[in-house]
Design a protein around this ligand. Structure first.
Ligand SMILES: [Zn+2]
Length: 454
């Protein structure tokens, strides 16, 4: 059982030992991909992304959640919550989002719809005027979608809500905290109902969600049911083509590549799958309560070699960082944000092969990478893609240098030859030893490439 102090965090490092936790979702269908063809990272770069948990409009979740957690675990939550600000102001949202946009940073931003039971994002927030809530929502809707996916993260992130009445249950125990044990032994239908509720609230205020973040360890004992419920609820409420979710993170040597589950109907009109996104760090910014300063060096050391990110980037796996919004704001000191800025500065100095992506973009790429059927017949490469995918990048072995041409309805158009691997982008290729590497946007359905001698 993981420590209570971590109970609010999105990731569930350290969880283990129980038989239930060992159950894993099914991967479902996997198509054949012709020998000698390997799908690489997009544009042979390494995806990077930032997961922001515990964010919402205006409400500083830590201030309001701590006394609720303390009710169940009086010894574990001794933070001076009354001295924490009750608000994380929109001016900070704006400053953060503008800085990230300028530096190309992308990721996921949670919007807890009934944060710590303070108020409803689609009704009103006691303590703030209706106008302040509307302005905050408008800021989120206009400033963030270019670079950030939106997720709900539970309904309240504290007490479990009875979805029939909209009220918290009367029992005040770990069984009725969202981030702890309520999800144990729940069915796909029960979890789908629980996820649909916050998705609908966000839909009411014009915020589209492509995925769901689990509050704390929600769902960690019912991973197969959880994955299916995310797939079902995101499709029901938002018709999301490829839903994704965030529950787990690993900081050891396990793979942190996205996991594509429950793939089905790949050759038909309604292909489906769901993707689990894994973080590769714990919160090394400012913690979930904004009281524990993190460490730049744990992510990337001053020598630009040490730390977790160079290790993951070196393996070529997506380097997805985890932070919590109260820790980024850090009660106005912005310690988490300052740490993040320095991490981005060091990453820019150390690497020229990174690609910041939203979680939904990483999701789409990994679904296409694993689920596109690829046939090779003579000089033809044929893709059967259940999902369209930009920047689809492949290595194709061949004895001689062969120029790829896209074939659309029998008309061939050649791809550009990139001047160097670092210039590879969509519609280009370059020779690489006994292979060529090429990058193109593949459409949903069938498409074809012809290889011709140079
Ligand atoms: Zn959280």
């Amino acid at each position: 059982m993981q420590s209570i102090a971590l109970g609010i965090a999105g990731a569930s490092q350290g969880l283990g030992g129980s038989v239930e936790a060992a159950r894993t979702p099914e991967i479902g269908e996997r198509p054949r991909q012709a020998e000698g063809i390997t799908v690489l990272n997009p544009r042979i770069r390494v995806p990077v992304s930032l997961i922001i948990d515990d964010s919402t409009c205006l409400v500083n979740l830590a201030h309001f959640a701590i006394p609720q957690f303390k009710e169940v675990f009086p010894e574990s939550y001794r933070q001076p919550w009354k001295t924490l600000p009750r608000e994380i102001p929109d001016s900070f949202v704006r400053q953060f989002a503008e800085w990230c946009h300028l530096h190309g940073v992308k990721g996921k931003y949670s919007l807890i719809p009934y944060p710590a039971c303070v108020g409803w994002l689609d009704r009103f927030l006691p303590g703030w005027s209706k106008r302040e809530l509307e302005q905050s929502l408008e800021l989120v809707r206009t400033l963030l979608p270019a670079d950030w996916d939106f997720h709900p993260e539970g309904i309240s992130h504290t007490w479990v809500i009875n979805t029939k009445t909209g009220r918290p249950y009367s029992e005040r125990s770990a069984r009725f905290l969202e981030n702890l044990r309520w999800s144990d032994r729940k069915s796909v239908d029960q979890l789908t109902d629980y996820f649909s509720y916050p998705l609908r609230i966000l839909k009411n205020v014009g915020i589209r969600c492509n995925g769901i973040t689990m509050p704390g360890t929600f769902g960690s004992r019912v991973k197969p049911e959880l994955a299916q419920a995310v797939l079902q609820s995101c499709r029901d409420i938002f018709q999301v083509e490829i839903p994704h979710y965030f529950l787990d993170g690993f900081t050891d040597d396990r793979s942190v590549a996205p996991q594509v589950y429950y793939a089905s109907g790949l050759d038909g009109p309604d292909p489906r799958c769901v993707v689990s996104i894994l973080s590769c760090t714990d919160d090394w910014f400012g913690g979930w309560d904004g009281l524990k300063p993190g460490s730049v060096d744990k992510c990337i050391a001053a020598d630009l070699k040490g730390g977790r990110l160079p290790e993951v980037i070196g393996r070529g796996e997506p380097a997805i960082l985890l932070c919590h919004w109260p820790g980024m704001y850090y009660n106005g000191e912005e310690i988490g944000f300052k740490i993040f800025k320095e991490i981005v500065r060091r990453l820019d100095s150390a690497f020229d092969n990174l690609l910041w992506m939203k979680l939904s973009e990483i999701t789409r790429y990994w679904a296409a990478k694993e689920l596109t059927r690829i046939e090779r017949s003579g000089s033809k490469i044929i893709f059967h893609a259940p999902f369209a995918c930009p920047d689809f990048t492949l290595r194709i072995t061949s004895r001689s240098i062969l120029k790829p041409q896209v074939s659309v309805k029998g008309v061939l158009s050649p791809l550009r030859r990139a001047t160097s691997p670092s210039h590879l982008d969509s519609g280009s290729w370059y020779p690489s030893g006994k292979a060529i590497v090429m990058c193109l946007d593949i459409p949903k359905g069938k498409s074809q490439i012809n290889l011709v001698a140079e």
